[in-house]
Design a protein around this ligand. Structure first.
Ligand SMILES: [Fe+2]
Length: 210
């Protein structure tokens, strides 16, 4: 009896399809993803063009990063796109040469910011004007003409409220009023919870003085 030839077993190795990576809460939220965009796409260009310090009271990786984070938070709470607020916050102190009185640093940052915006590209004239106005006037003005100025000025002044005491006349947005009048340490916790691991590796100094 001829053994019936068994068909060869076709072994087929099945690779398990990779399980979708679970996103952390920070990765799935808009503050965190916008902050990552700032760190990856904007901060390196600012860093190459800025004359401000990297660390310290007005540093790029300390104060400016904190202002960008708060700016995103405040813009989102207004229901606005945070993009132009991020740019205004990113550029606002790039010409600062001292932690002391530097009354011209806002105006001096404008030509730098315009150069950086040329490099980034794809920013319309209205946005450029709005960002330039917000930067130029961030130290003095109280009446913000639009949400970009309102969010930058509020984000920049929040630490002053934590340091010197809260005064509502310096703030325009409701979210900033709540944050500036509230507990600084609680906000630092909020920042930490809403930053990705990537961001936490770059922005290592979170402090209420920033
Ligand atoms: Fe500032």
């Amino acid at each position: 009896m001829v053994a019936r030839q068994l068909p060869k077993l076709k072994t087929r190795v099945r690779f398990p399809s990779p399980a979708p990576r679970l996103k952390t809460m920070a990765e799935s939220n808009l503050i965190s993803s916008t902050f990552d965009w700032y760190l990856m796409d904007i901060m390196p260009i600012v860093s190459q063009n800025a004359i401000q310090q990297k660390y310290g009271y007005h540093g790029l990786y300390t104060h400016t990063a904190a202002v960008v984070f708060r700016g995103i938070d405040y813009a989102l709470n207004l229901g606005k796109s945070p993009k132009n607020v991020v740019l205004a916050c990113a550029f606002h102190d790039m010409a600062r040469v001292t932690d002391g009185d530097d009354t011209q640093h806002g105006a001096n940052a404008v030509p730098m910011a315009l150069r950086v915006m040329d490099e980034i590209g794809n920013i319309d004239i209205k946005s450029r004007d709005s960002i330039a106005y917000a930067i130029k006037n961030h130290s003095f003005n109280l009446v913000a003409p639009d949400y970009v100025s309102a969010c930058l000025w509020d984000a920049d002044r929040t630490r002053l409220a934590w340091e010197l005491g809260y005064n509502s006349r310096f703030f325009a947005t409701q979210r900033a009023k709540t944050v500036a009048a509230g507990n600084a340490n609680q906000y630092l916790q909020f920042m930490n919870q809403n930053m990705s691991d990537y961001a936490r590796n770059i922005i290592t100094k979170l402090d209420k003085q920033y």
